[in-house]
Write a protein that binds this ligand. Sequence first.
Ligand code: BEZ
Ligand code: FE
Length: 271
Amino acid sequence: MTIERTRTILEDLERTLLWFMRKHKITHDEYRCATDILVATVKAGEESLLYDVFFEAEATDIGNISRQGSVGAIEGPFYLPNAPRLEAPYVLPQRSGEVGDVLLFRGRVTSPDGTPLAGAELDMWQADAEGLYSNIHPNIPEWNLRGRFHSGPDGTFEVRTIVPPPYEIPKGGPAGVVLSTLGRHFFRPAHLHLKVRHPRYGELTSQLYFDGGDYLNSDVANGVREGLVTQLVRRDNPNELAARGLHKPYFEVRYDFILVPHQAEDVRRRA
Ligand code: BEZ
Ligand code: FE
């Protein structure tokens, strides 16, 4: 972002907020109440949570207008770089007896013309069966349900994890106060987070939801978009279970990622 663009945006933000204050005849008490809420979110470590609930989907939609390839999705506040690199066969790090139904997530990474991309890195993170994220919420082992793995020579990948539940925004903090003041509920639909990278292609931030799940039409962060909702298929064939060393039915989800070469991204951005 150039200094000129930063200055233009900051000046317009200032103008827009001053116009907004005059429009609503904001009193000094109301002004102080707003700054107190912002300070409280920082003290509670909820500032990204609050901003991402209200604004990240808009920035993502704007990015999607000029994006070829798979639709991009909100990252949310819980991504952490440098998750453990996994060894095949890929299983996201988890506690022994991790609660939740087993989920097999598989798919393929290709370029827009369908060429398989070998060695693409998939960086995945998700909530546990209680809707909590490791390295963020206490009492969960470090890097639980977070990991990086690669597509194979034919662009395909497969990783084993658990089916996450819907995620509930913490109710007790300042973000919760803002949402309850607005009369909103606190839930996001169940989802998997991924970043997909390849040296010659632009990074994709994705988030996948499950068809038929709760809150798909009322996500508190308004992050669900066409093309991000997958089919969760239940598998209970005894032979399939035995082949995978499983003793109870599991679920399977498929999603194919399309990355865009750097050059094509640059051309579209300039257009
Ligand atoms: C999430 O994807 O986990 C998330 C996104 C926005 C706000 C809070 C959480
Ligand atoms: Fe999330």
